[in-house]
Design a protein. Structure first.
Length: 279
């Protein structure tokens, strides 16, 4: 009997659907004093960003609860569930609770929860790798082993023009946040092995920022692997970064995507997240 296979991820992945494998997204929420934005396919991301820039009140994010995950799981037999880093969100823990409930209520069905230790485009790399293996009809246990190995070959670097929302939610020091954006200074960081934010450099101006990111990617092993750039209303810089990567590493395969709700909230206008395969 063929088992029904599904990939599920929270909305930090910036993915709404996949071409060849069943997929569902569990939305995170962006909450202000007066409005709540669910990060679904119905969200007008541009309108949300504009609203947040004019909103002087507090804002925060909320991860999917176990029931949200159970709804996303549907009735699949084998589920691969990918979450934003547990170092910055409760999404992973919530998914683990949902996994336990689902497997207890559906004997013989299986859920493999993957802590991406990252966000945005690195989740896309993981999800598309899962999709490739599912299409090749690799068995469940082997996919679990191989995707864990694959995670050791991917990385994430990002540049931010503002850390306001990170600071407001206790993710970075307010002192560090105040430095970013002053006199054109941009924060270049990475996802650490523990899935937390780690400073790589502080750069003044776009040229220095992009050069720093290209250098980091090259030094960390990219040759002919994939690169996925996610940007928050900054396509011009994303295209420029793609050209610089292609010039430095001609065999790299570079894709570009806009950030959806959750990633736009933390990246803020001008921010970019870049995931890459280190091979």
């Amino acid at each position: 009997m063929n088992r029904k296979i599904k990939i599920v991820a929270d909305s930090s992945a910036n993915i709404l659907e996949l071409d060849k494998v069943e997929f569902a997204s569990a939305p995170l929420k962006i909450i202000t004093d007066n409005r709540e934005f669910a990060d679904t396919n119905e969200l007008d991301v541009s309108e949300m960003i504009s609203y947040l820039y004019t909103n002087s009140g507090k804002s925060k994010t909320s991860c999917p609860n176990p029931n949200d995950w159970l709804e996303a799981f549907g009735d699949a037999d084998d589920i691969f569930c990918v979450t934003i880093t547990s170092g910055l969100s409760g999404s992973y823990n919530s998914a683990c609770v949902a996994k336990k409930l689902y497997e207890e209520q559906n004997i013989g069905k299986r859920v493999f929860v993957i802590d991406s230790l990252s966000a945005g485009p690195e989740l896309r790399l993981i999800i598309e790798k899962l999709s490739e293996m599912i299409e090749l009809r690799i068995n469940y246990e082997e996919i679990c082993q191989e995707i864990t190995k694959y995670q050791q070959t991917t990385g994430l670097i990002f540049s931010l023009e503002s850390l306001k929302n990170f600071a407001a939610n206790g993710r970075v020091s307010p002192i560090v946040a105040k430095l970013v954006g002053v006199l054109g200074i941009r924060f270049v960081g990475k996802a650490s092995e523990q899935g937390t934010l780690q400073v790589v450099d502080k750069c003044r101006g776009e040229e220095k920022t992009l050069a720093t990111m290209v250098g980091y990617i090259r030094e960390h092993g990219l040759k002919e692997g994939r690169v996925q750039i996610a940007h928050c209303e900054n396509e011009k810089a994303a295209l420029k970064l793609k050209a610089m990567i292609n010039e430095s590493m001609p065999r790299a395969r570079v894709g570009i995507e806009p950030c959806r709700g959750l990633c736009s909230y933390y990246a803020e206008r001008g921010g970019m997240l870049v995931a890459f395969e280190a091979f």
